[in-house]
Design a protein around this ligand. Structure first.
Ligand code: HEM
Length: 462
């Protein structure tokens, strides 16, 4: 059956082209670019970055390269990945909140952590966490139902939902008591300490910048709070049931397959922080943009609702029965990849895309650019979920990177896709979603691809 038949798409539609920030002039000065980088990295890219295979620049006294070809990306993220580490700025900005957890670990420490954690994120293990995802989504839907008809801030609602799911899948407890404190920490960090200042970009890691001092104070309070969450979870006791009932139990039981080592308490704290933070803001952002696109494109929204009805109606349907909902999500992750930039620093010399790379040169792979690149996509700015339906020609493996690729690919990719597909289906199945505020909502890239403001929506029951 064709997509048109399956979803009763009888007339050709003009696809939606959602609004984007104006492209920067290609001759923007290095200083202008640096200033814009702190507030919106997406606005620093000019038209050529969406057309060329390679964009050369400078980052202080090092060369920087934006790679836009599958071969070059494959070289950096897969074939020679060990030569490319996290950047000094990335470490400086994220270390206080993620510590030595998986996202920032390198070398042997990373290998040990990755293979220890891998069993907790297999499709089978994620399957055991689905009841937590469903219970949190049901409560969010009930809350939206209670306020149906009144203006609602869906960005805030999606952040609360994703945080609730992160908390329940991690600890099995509701985030009622801890959720607000956790959100306050995330907001405090995101709005003040996460955006790099000039000296953060300039100074080597061993030299603290003025912001690093505030970040160190933040880290003290933050690790104490994560310690309290872990203590509360330990107090709730271990379940005798198999399989383990949450990610915490999965991580407690995790052993390095080669050495048999478990995580120490400090390591466990950093992994908990990493999983909650790497997982919830990204997924909330994806859900927000999906709902925004569907509000701008009511026919596609109705197609999603139709699929949900056909797949089981009110209750959360099985994910296998939601290919179109999943395609909407895949297309949302193409147009608004929450991780808009994957940055690496060269640990040693190399040759990439015909360029001689020197130690400390910066390599940028930008899903934002890649996903809208004129050579890689047909009608790149248009919202066309059908590109991701089963049977459609798949995109090049290195042209579509919402979760990265290679050994450091997102460990939570399957988790996030299950969570977001189920939540999107449940919400769109329950409500017709309209934007009250029709002014364009532009994305800004700071840590994730966030909306510049939170527009108000109106939900009515279907
Ligand atoms: C839509 C949601 C998500 C998106 C778009 C996303 C995106 C990404 C990307 C692009 C990377 C690779 C970064 C790189 O190569 O430098 C990454 C890594 C990572 N993600 Fe996600 N992620 C999402 C959800 C999650 C969830 C739910 C979790 C955990 C529960 C998670 C945990 C991690 C961790 C720990 C890493 C580091 C992996 C490593 O370095 O070995 N993410 N994510």
């Amino acid at each position: 059956m064709s997509i048109a038949e399956a979803y009763d798409i009888t007339e050709p539609r003009t696809p939606l082209v959602p609004p984007t920030p104006p492209r920067a002039p290609d001759d923007m000065t290095a200083l202008g670019r640096l200033a814009a980088l702190r507030t919106n990295a997406i606005a620093t890219w000019g038209a050529r970055a969406y057309q060329d295979d390679l964009v050369k620049g400078r980052f202080f006294n090092h060369a920087s390269y934006i790679l836009n070809t599958p071969e070059a990306i494959r070289h950096v993220l897969v074939d020679n990945y060990e030569n490319y580490t996290r950047t000094v700025t990335g470490i400086r900005v994220l270390r206080p909140i993620l510590g030595q957890g998986l996202l920032l670990a390198e070398g042997r420490a990373w290998k040990h952590q990755r293979r220890t954690l891998a069993p907790a994120f297999t499709p089978r293990a994620v399957g055991t966490l689905v009841p937590h995802m469903i219970s949190a989504t049901e409560e969010a839907v009930a809350e939206l139902q209670a306020g149906a008809g009144a203006p609602v801030d869906l960005r805030e609602a999606m952040q609360r939902l994703a945080l609730e799911i992160a908390g329940r899948t991690m600890f099995s407890f509701e985030m009622g008591t801890h959720g607000k404190a956790l959100r306050d920490f995330v907001i405090e960090y995101g709005t003040t300490l996460a955006s790099p200042r000039f000296l953060d970009l300039l100074l080597p890691l061993g030299w603290p910048s003025p912001r690093d001092i505030s970040r160190a104070f933040f880290r003290k309070r933050w690790t104490r709070f994560v310690g309290e969450l872990i203590a509360a979870r330990r107090a709730a006791g271990k379940s005798d049931s198999a399989p383990p009932r949450d990610l915490f139990e999965l991580m407690l039981a995790a052993r390095d397959p080669e050495t048999g080592e478990a995580f120490s308490d400090d390591q466990l704290g950093d992994q908990v922080a990493t999983m909650i933070l790497a997982g919830h803001e990204t997924t909330a952002t994806a859900l927000f943009w999906a709902l925004y696109l569907l509000a701008l494109d009511p026919r596609t929204q109705d197609d999603v609702a139709g699929e949900v009805r056909g797949a089981g109606g009110g209750d959360t349907p099985a994910i296998e029965r939601l290919p179109f909902t999943r395609a909407v999500l895949d297309e949302t992750l193409r147009l608004y990849p929450p991780a808009f930039l994957i940055a690496r620093e060269a640990a040693g010399p190399d040759s990439v895309a015909g360029q001689s790379i020197r130690r400390q040169d910066v390599i940028l792979i930008a899903p934002w650019l890649l996903h809208r690149h004129e050579k890689l996509w047909d009608n790149p700015s248009a919202f066309m979920p059908a590109r991701f339906m089963p049977g459609a020609p798949p995109p090049d493996r290195f042209a579509y990177l919402p979760f990265g690729v290679g050994p450091r690919i997102c460990i939570g990719a399957h988790f996030a896709l299950v969570e977001a597909t189920l939540a999107l289906a449940r919400i769109v199945g329950a409500f017709r979603i309209e934007l009250i505020d029709r002014d364009p909502v532009l994305p800004i890239g700071i840590v994730t691809t966030q909306p510049e403001r939170s527009p108000m929506f109106r939900l009515t029951r279907r």
